[in-house]
Design a protein around this ligand. Structure first.
Ligand SMILES: [Zn+2]
Length: 477
């Protein structure tokens, strides 16, 4: 009998507002001296009063609209009480019974499965604990340091229905969700830097039986880590059940170096957060006017952009890859302005370009090759100045130096040889240097022809126009 997997995700996205959720402190805290980006409000000093950041609410509403949620006209904030050193007030201001939006959905781009969104709400981030040991892990530390620079930064939490039946679906959803917040311009969705964080609930059960016990997973800092952690956890639970054991309700931590999940705390340690309404903040009213003004300002979303790219002549799969990271889509559209053949541009971006970026560990927007330069390179291929093969070499130099393709072609002497008499000379040399090959070609070994073309290309360092070479060879042999 087989097993079925049930997964739900909780995703936190840091919003790209200039200031924190309830005070004027900057959200640009990375690399700042610890505890310098703080004020009485985000430190929770007595007598200080929070005021809601209007932009953060607008961003949360944008997300709720993009995720097809029901928008609630009235909501308010709660205090979620728990004592932990990263929380200066000993409570977090968050939403509880009435979120900004609920009952939405996302359609997955590859499987076209519809995933339910339970809710989306606004809340503030906590500070950061630093454990000064070589491993950075709390269990190895003799003391910890606290930095409140991040405390009070606005987050949206997006809770999905437990609609995923495999780890790969969960990953597909998370990538689509990131693409949506990037296209909305409300979050950069960077998992490595923690501006997008994801927790998962996982359970397995025998086919046809009731749901299994849920385990909560934390600490997955990349799409790959999420998929790995879920695969590991599904396997672990199935093995446990098969061997007659029982899955415990608990929270587990994904360890990327060890490639396994480790138990953090069990159910008996579950917290009672004693939620109660935040008395220092006014309720939130979202009227039609606010909603209409946000709706009229919605940018193009990934689903539509994919369709538009396909209508430009690109395959569905290629379009998906270019939309999954907004900056790649932006680059593509910019380059198409300089070279109209969208399919060629896409092939270059998804081939040589992404390859070089991966090797260099760079994002496309940080590349030295600008969209107009890529367009120009493709123009040089199209007008016959260089061959496709030489273009790869030129591109590689462009990638390293940021120089214009024309300049590189001139400097390195890479202009394609199209002059027939020049190529004829080389063909004759190659034919007289390879009498055996010529002989066997004449005896019927047709594939020798390509060998001879290769020899001519080699002799011209790849600069001869291959079509002219073929034409001359056919006539001479
Ligand atoms: Zn502050």
């Amino acid at each position: 009998m087989g097993y079925e997997t049930v997964i739900g995700l909780e995703v936190h996205c840091q919003l790209l507002t200039d200031s924190k959720l309830f005070c004027g402190c900057s959200t640009d805290y990375i690399g700042k001296e610890p505890n310098t980006n703080v004020c009485p409000v985000c430190l929770g000093l007595p007598g200080s009063l929070p005021v809601l950041n209007k932009k953060a609410l607008e961003f949360a509403l944008k997300a709720a609209i993009a995720l097809n949620c029901e928008i609630l006209p009235y909501s308010h904030f709660y205090r979620k009480n728990y004592f932990y050193p990263d929380l200066p007030k000993a409570y977090q201001i968050t939403q509880y019974d009435i979120p900004v939006g609920r009952h939405g959905w996302i359609e997955l781009p590859y499987s076209h499965k519809r995933i339910g969104i339970t809710r989306i709400h606004l809340e503030e981030d906590a500070g950061k604990l630093v454990h000064p040991t070589k491993t950075g892990r709390i269990e190895h530390a003799t003391y910890s340091l606290v930095d409140y620079n991040r405390a009070g930064v606005p987050l949206i939490e997006i809770v999905s229905e437990p609609d995923f039946s495999s780890p790969s679906e969960a990953r597909e959803y998370l990538m689509e969700l990131r693409s949506i917040v990037q296209h909305l311009g409300i979050s950069d969705g960077n998992m490595e830097l923690g501006s997008m964080r994801c927790d998962a609930n996982v359970s397995v059960h025998r086919e046809g039986e009731g749901l299994g016990v849920k385990v909560e997973l934390k600490n997955m800092n990349s799409f790959k880590a999420l998929e790995r952690a879920l695969n590991y956890e599904v396997e672990r639970q199935i093995k446990l059940i098969k061997s007659g054991g029982r899955v415990e309700q608990e929270t587990r931590h994904w360890s990327e170096p060890e490639k396994k999940t480790i138990s953090l705390r069990g159910k008996e340690e579950a917290q009672d957060y004693r939620y109660f309404p935040e008395p220092d903040l006014l309720p939130i009213y979202v009227d039609e006017e606010i909603l209409e003004s946000i709706k009229s300002d919605m940018p193009e979303l990934p689903a539509n952009r994919r369709k538009r790219f396909v209508s430009m002549g690109i395959g569905e799969k290629e379009a998906s890859i270019m939309v999954i990271e907004k900056s790649i889509g932006d680059y593509f559209e910019e380059a198409v302005k300089y070279f109209g053949d969208a399919k060629s541009i896409a092939n270059w971006i998804l081939g040589d370009f992404l390859g070089e970026l991966n090797r260099a560990g760079l994002e496309i927007q940080d590349s030295r090759v600008k969209p107009h330069q890529l367009g120009r390179l493709l123009t040089l291929i199209k007008d016959g100045t260089i061959s496709g093969k030489i273009a790869k070499k030129v591109f590689s130099i462009m990638f390293d130096t940021g120089d214009d393709p024309d300049e590189i072609v001139k400097r390195e002497g890479l202009v394609q040889i199209v002059d027939r008499s020049e190529i004829e000379k080389v063909v004759e040399e190659v034919l007289s240097a390879n009498p055996d090959a010529v002989e066997s070609y004449r005896k019927g070994k047709a594939n020798i022809f390509n060998f001879l073309v290769g020899q001519v290309m080699k002799a011209t360092k790849g600069k001869a126009n291959p079509n002219v070479v073929r034409d001359i060879l056919q006539k001479k042999i």
